[in-house]
Design a protein around this ligand. Sequence first.
Ligand code: SF4
Length: 307
Amino acid sequence: MERWSGKRYHSWSWHLQSVFGEKVAKISLDAGFTCPHRRGTSGGCIYCSPRGSGDFTGEAGKTIPAQFQEMAAKAREKWPEVRKFIAYFQAYTNTLAPVSQLESLYNQALEQEGVVGLSISTRPDCLPRPVLDLLAQFNKKTWLWVELGLQSSHDSTLRRINRSHDYASFVEAVENLKERGIRTCAHIILGLPGETEEMMLQTARALAAQNLEGIKIHLLNVIKNTPLAEMWKRGQVPLPDMATYARWVADILELLPPEMVIHRLTGDSPAPLLLAPAWSLRKWEVLMAIEGELKRRETWQGKKYLP
Ligand code: SF4
């Protein structure tokens, strides 16, 4: 724990500090992509917000430099000392365009003052070979992360939440990224409909075995005007209270390798869009509940990790 400055898990902020020697802020961008899964009749993931999980990004429709400047100015209001940034292509599927267009957009972000790395969020089934090769080039010139939405290692759950890909396609994407030496972060959601606690732990064990560099752990948020909201209104989506969620997260952290960077420990949704759970808006309290649970158990990330 001493190596994580007193925290009981390998936090993203600690990791950035240890790599860059100072505070680094992540700047969320909306590059105007869409998601193949929201087009046509497939309907998208049942929990997806209208902005493709990009609810805190820069303003869609503005150029990458304009969005970056605005968001970096906001970050400086919060942390006046911050000089370094990770440009985060967050909204929708950020590898879904011709390679030349992707290259131009990623370069526009890299050219912004203070940018020391890129983070690119996508689906596991949206990484064809030419895109992988482009990412390999960027991996040589900057500190690159690719973030893969997975949510659960169980195909039954992936079908239930309408992900439209299976676990095998996630494993294949990870292998392709690993072959190219690209840092990879998986996103999971806790509390998905139909999932037991044991299923969530199985997802954690599966990811612990994947040699991933990072993970984002989200709490299931019910967003207005989504298929999930309709299920929730019908009483088909039992949601945890804060203490239960803290216990789940602690259980999962114990199973993950100590080297795996924890990019996030809970979910974030804009208050006007959120139906439930209302307590998730009290993010600081949620983080304190997780830290409290780890302390109460005298446990830490990796305590039950089996290499
Ligand atoms: S893959 Fe992402 S953007 Fe596409 S529908 Fe699912 S959550 Fe939304």
